[in-house]
Design a protein around this ligand. Sequence first.
Ligand SMILES: [Fe+2]
Length: 397
Amino acid sequence: MKTDNTQRQRLDRVWLSKDSCDIEAFRVEVERRTNLADYPHALACEKNVLIYDSASLLAACATTDGRRAALAEICEALAIGPGVAVFKRAYADTSVIDAASGIFDAIIEEQHRTNSGGGDHFAKPGANDRIWNSLEKHCLKSPENFAVYYANSIVALVSEAWLGPNYQMTAQVNRVNPGGASQSAHRDYHLGFQTSDVIEQYPAHVHRLSPVLTLQGAVAHCDMPLESGPTLFLPYSQTYLPGYLALKRPEFSAYFDEHHVQLPLEKGDVVFFNPALYHAAGSNRSADIKRVANLLQVSSAFGRAMETVDRTRMSVALYPAIKALVGSGTLSPEEAANAIASCAEGYSFPTNLDRDPPLGGLAPKTQAQLMHEALAGGWSDQEFRKALDEQTRRKLS
Ligand SMILES: [Fe+2]
């Protein structure tokens, strides 16, 4: 009898199911209030969402201890806190954003002209325009703007807080036109993009693992008043373990529709959230605001990102631009490192250990390390390209 019971409990612990999701247990998780005193770096808490002033947060990171404290606070805010935070004025100079918006508009026009790209998995066709892999397209169209855009210290800080170093940046633009309808409530990549039949085949620890392998962010490319439909969030919903499955049940989506929160954003603000947080893009009820966000999806060095990115091609394009921007003093060495981290591969593996042995350490040189070495050594563009090609070849089986 006892054995039966133990077996039953084990099955329930390891196999989560859609049928066992309980709306009352969910309410206990999400009906918590954020105590601002728990987050001393935060400026405010609005609608249960933490608001940070980017300049003061970065000032607190000036020392090693200060930075460790800020990283720890952001990590817990996303893990066990509300799961979402707004970083006001993350881009203090919005001319960088405007220049990037011009590049994105040109890419969207090109997609329309050539009838390519732009399909969306959560919205009706025509309601919005998508640029998949805006990261690589942006880098190849304007390495100079890419370098300054991804030099951003808040993007680097929050990515590191959640994922540690050597993260893999990917990005997608979403432009929601007036009249564009809202998305359905969802969680994000990886398990968020699977059907419940598939999700139920993964043991519970994978449900815990998936959200710590990615981070979702959005850079506001225009002012987003509520009528324009900034993202809807349900704070604390990331903490409900069977939440990937619960969303397939109507009482959970109904709860989201009734209790979600929405905050207006200004151009240059960045919002970051746990990929397991229930969220959905809002409907654009404005007459004339094309709501444009660059959605950052940052992956752990140890995870597999959603999109294929040709980081070698990007590194070839970025190197001359970053060399010039550092040379002219436009980018500090730290900012240049942030831009390189968003472009080049920062992790040594997978590789071919016969040809690419870990000389002088435990891991072979990464693409990012090679770019730092080239910059420090003043290599020509040709020298860097040659070394990059050789490194890429060494990693093949
Ligand atoms: Fe999403």
